[in-house]
Design a protein around this ligand. Structure first.
Ligand SMILES: Nc1ncnc2c1ncn2[C@@H]1O[C@H](COP(=O)(O)OP(=O)(O)OP(=O)(O)O)[C@@H](O)[C@H]1O
Ligand SMILES: [Mg+2]
Length: 353
């Protein structure tokens, strides 16, 4: 028995994170202006995790992914993926990963099926295996109608699906997807989520994706990393992030004076609650709000502040972001869908080149 085995027996297995960054930083200088796109990122992601990076436009999500996939050298700090250093062992990193960039792959002159087969062959599959894998991906991503057309002639959403199929061709151990569902219609977005979940369940691969869709991060990811201005501002399960906030009770009154009086009363009885008054409406963010609300309304009625409307909503990831930054992720991301597909990025094809 080796020393390390002995250590493992006593202390439990030492599990190395599959992705690790230390002080990872990337600065861009353009037109004499310096942008700190990623600022001192310290991250550990274990094998088999499904992680969503969530953040507004320009938060540094793509820059982080591009450093982790060796497409962009860090300005400072370090990162390793699958045990290899992104700066000094880029070839080994590239062999261990799949990457689907934010933009569409441009200029595929091959037919869809042939493109998938060539990509599979480039990853070392035999001709027969490559054909079988291509058919599997065509079925999984509903690409039958695209298989015999040139990739360059496909619609934006069809090409997005083709890009993702290409990223999965070699069943990578670590998969990076930069906004995989941007530009897809709701049905294809739902289908993509199913495929990602299936891939994750069947292969246990580590998946890191970026998204602007709060619902997607919520439904898909076991862990949500919220980034803003190049830094991690929250890192937890969606459930924990939301639970830490409490429910939002909205009370509607007949006039502003009653709303103000009610807010004052609630402030005295629940000092821990965050209370805001807007016109004849009072919002109260408080843990256990759902359970608390009926008694609250009853107490206010007894005191003469009659509530004519009440809503209780569980917290969303947008609320988490708003609470952390004072801004809404939704507002920031209104333009995301329009801009995301316009930007250029690399695909696995370029990685392999
Ligand atoms: N090649 C570049 N040259 C100059 N600045 C850049 C470059 N790439 C990114 N940036 C800047 O770095 C910051 C982070 O950009 P990044 O693309 O990582 O954001 P993002 O979180 O992926 O945003 P989005 O949601 O819009 O995709 C932005 O301010 C961006 O303008
Ligand atoms: Mg991006």
């Amino acid at each position: 028995m080796t020393n390390s085995n002995l250590t493992n027996t006593v202390a439990g297995p030492v599990i190395q994170p599959v992705i690790q960054t230390r002080g990872l930083t990337r600065t861009f200088t353009a037109r004499k202006q310096t942008v700190e796109a990623v600022r001192g990122l310290d991250l550990e992601i274990a094998q088999g995790e499904l992680v969503a990076f969530l953040g507004p436009n320009g938060a540094g999500k793509s820059t982080t992914l591009r450093m982790l996939t060796t497409l962009l050298p860090p300005t400072s700090g370090s990162a390793s993926v699958a045990g290899f250093d992104v700066a000094t062992q880029s070839r080994q990193v590239r062999q261990s990963i799949g990457y689907v960039g934010q933009g569409n792959a441009a200029g595929h002159q091959q037919h869809g099926r042939d493109e998938l087969v060539s990509q599979a062959r480039a990853h070392g599959l035999s001709r027969m295996e490559a054909r079988a894998r291509a058919e599997e991906l065509i079925a999984d991503f509903d690409l039958a109608a695209c298989a015999d057309r040139k990739v360059s002639t496909l619609s934006g959403g069809q090409r997005r699906r083709m890009d993702i199929a290409i990223g999965l061709v070699h069943r990578p151990r670590v998969l990076f997807l930069d906004e995989p569902s941007t530009g897809l219609d709701p049905q294809n977005r739902a289908n993509l989520q199913t495929q990602i979940q299936r891939l994750h369940a069947e292969t246990g691969s580590t998946i890191v994706l970026t998204t602007h869709y709060l619902e997607e991060a919520d439904a898909l990811a076991g862990r949500v990393i919220v980034v803003d201005h190049g830094q991690v501002i929250a890192d937890d399960t969606a459930y924990n992030l939301k639970s830490s906030l409490g429910d939002l009770i909205t009370l509607g009154f007949y006039d502003q004076a009653t709303a103000a009086a009610a807010a004052h009363r609630v402030r005295r009885s629940a000092p821990e609650a965050q209370i805001k008054t807007l016109g004849d409406e009072v919002t109260i963010r408080v843990a256990g709000g759902r359970e608390l609300a009926p008694a609250l309304v009853a107490d206010l009625a007894v005191a003469g502040d009659r509530v004519h409307r009440m809503e209780v909503a569980g917290p969303t990831l947008d609320d988490v972001f708003l609470n952390l930054t004072g801004r809404s992720l939704r507002e920031d991301n209104d333009t995301a869908t329009d801009t995301a597909l316009a930007s250029t990025d690399e695909t696995l094809e370029e990685i392999a080149a």
